[in-house]
Design a protein around this ligand. Structure first.
Ligand code: GDG
Length: 468
């Protein structure tokens, strides 16, 4: 399908992501990345403005034949369109992206399923994005693609004559060779990624896995800056994404009110908080289970602590997500049934999203930030929790070793979400940590979170991408 309209002036800088930052939700209850792009947008907006750039992504609409691929420039909004094919949502997005790439990249081979028609849709949609992108950006312009939905756009843009720098940032982990090579189209995906000039990851581990796959599967040679393959240099870099801490640090009057209300409801009980998109990678079931185990092992905490789990609706039309929701809700019921009293519910669970101010209030009121994904590219919730703590009476961050954020947040208690008893013990340690130690752990983390803004991240990536 060819674009029907395109703006005349070509941009010198183009950002491409599956969804546009301000796109309305695709399906009722689907929050998707509308939130984390909050950080992305604030990081990229200055770069877009300075360079007269545009942002290309799917608008979220699903009407066949409608204007569906929108372009949002910082100053002069432009739109381009293609005929939307409804099966793209099921095959490309819910299919190959979220039922094949998402699970395997997070280390869940048992959940990954492969279907050739979905792979074909993935190739086709990447091609459509590439076609649109090539029309929008000047031939020598800079292109920055985001995430696992768009691993093939660089190859396709090169084939269409684009000569400027092409960069990719992967927001999720990159798996070890043993897992990656189980994907039926692993070689094609790898070649697609190797068509970029710069590939960025959140952590060193993911970058190393990528280099290892390139060596083994594409006969690349590791160099000091990345890999050399077919006589070309592909740079590989580590660019940990941060947050804008200010909105979480500055608690306004409305937020103060929310905190007071929450504290009144807690009636002196300690609060352990989990906030996640409802996703099996986030380890919500394991986390609830360890909380229940803690109440068994440490009955002295019964009636003195409550856990609140906020689960933000996500990808609800993918069967694994609906099933995960049922598993969580069953477990919450079981824990409350087994451990609860008429006057005390151990777990409160809400399936909805909150505004940022409310989220900041929850973070600040929580004694323990319970952030225990089984695997997570970075995890920005951990950083937001740190930013929201009061520096003289901070809570404790209990963080999974398997979140990318664990590399940076050294003051956290690092835990293994696969170890139920260990996590229960770490929870008690967090609840009992003296103020002095809490402050000593929190201060350097806050410093780091403040410094590492999305703007710093975007500048570092783009500087490297445009360095010749
Ligand atoms: C992917 C990677 C990587 C959550 N609930 C609400 C809400 N949120 C916001 C949080 C946070 C964001 O959503 C979630 O970001 P995470 O990083 O924790 O997780 P993913 O959505 O899985 O993001 C991840 C990230 O990309 C960036 O590269 O860190 O590893 O999986 O900002 O605050 N926001 C609002 N209401 C909510 O109820 N407004």
């Amino acid at each position: 399908p060819l674009p029907r309209t395109a703006p005349d002036a070509r941009a010198s800088f183009l950002v491409i992501s599956n969804r546009l930052p301000d796109a309305p939700s695709a399906a009722a209850g689907e929050s998707e990345r509308a939130r984390n792009v909050g950080g992305l947008v604030s990081g990229l907006a200055p770069a877009l403005a300075a360079r007269g750039g545009v942002w290309l992504g799917w608008s979220g609409g699903r009407r066949p034949g409608a204007l569906e691929l929108a372009v949002d420039a910082s100053s002069t909004p432009a739109r381009a369109s293609f005929d939307f094919h409804p099966e793209w949502h099921t095959r490309f997005y819910n299919g190959f992206a979220n039922r094949s790439l998402w699970p395997i990249f997070h280390g869940f081979p048992g959940r990954a399923r492969y279907d050739e028609s979905e792979w074909r849709a993935y190739v086709e949609v990447n091609d459509v994005f590439a076609e649109m992108a090539t029309r929008l950006v000047a031939p020598g312009g800079t292109v920055w693609a985001h995430d696992y939905h768009l691993l093939l756009v660089a190859a396709s843009m090169r084939a269409r004559g684009h000569s400027g720098p092409l960069g990719l940032f992967l927001h999720i982990p990159f798996p070890a060779l043993d897992l990656f090579e189980t994907i039926p189209w692993s070689r094609a995906l790898l070649d697609g990624m190797l068509a970029f000039d710069l590939v960025g990851f959140h952590t060193r581990r993911y970058a190393q896995s990528f280099v290892r796959c390139a060596e083994e599967l594409a006969r690349a040679t590791a160099t000091s800056s990345g890999v050399r393959v077919d006589g070309r240099e592909v740079r590989v870099g580590v660019f940990p994404l941060g947050i804008d801490a200010a909105p979480f640090e500055e608690i306004d009057a409305a937020t103060e009110g929310e905190i007071a209300e929450l504290q009144a409801a807690l009636r002196g009980r300690r609060l352990v908080l989990g906030v996640d998109r409802l996703d099996y990678t986030k380890g919500i079931v394991e986390r609830l289970d360890a909380f229940g185990r803690m109440l068994e092992l440490h009955p002295e905490w019964r009636g003195r602590v409550s856990m609140l789990q906020v689960a933000v609706p996500s990808r609800a039309d993918v069967p694994e997500y609906a099933e995960q929701r049922r598993a969580i809700e069953t477990l919450v019921g079981r824990i409350n049934g087994e451990h609860g009293e008429a006057h005390w519910m151990p777990v409160r669970y809400v399936y909805r999203s909150y505004g940022r101010g409310q989220l900041a209030a929850l973070y600040r009121a929580a004694d323990v930030g319970y952030v225990t994904p089984l695997r997570d590219g970075m995890n920005l919730v951990a950083k937001e929790y740190v930013a929201a703590q009061h520096p003289t009476s901070p809570g404790v961050l209990l963080l999974s070793r398997f979140a990318g954020a664990a590399d940076e947040l050294e003051g956290a208690i690092l835990t293994n979400p696969h170890d139920r008893d260990g996590m229960a013990r770490d929870l008690v340690r967090a609840l009992e940590m003296p103020a002095e130690e809490r402050i000593a752990r929190h201060a350097p983390m806050l410093e780091r979170v403040r410094r590492s803004t999305p703007e710093v991240w975007a500048d570092a990536f783009l500087h490297e991408l445009e360095r010749r």
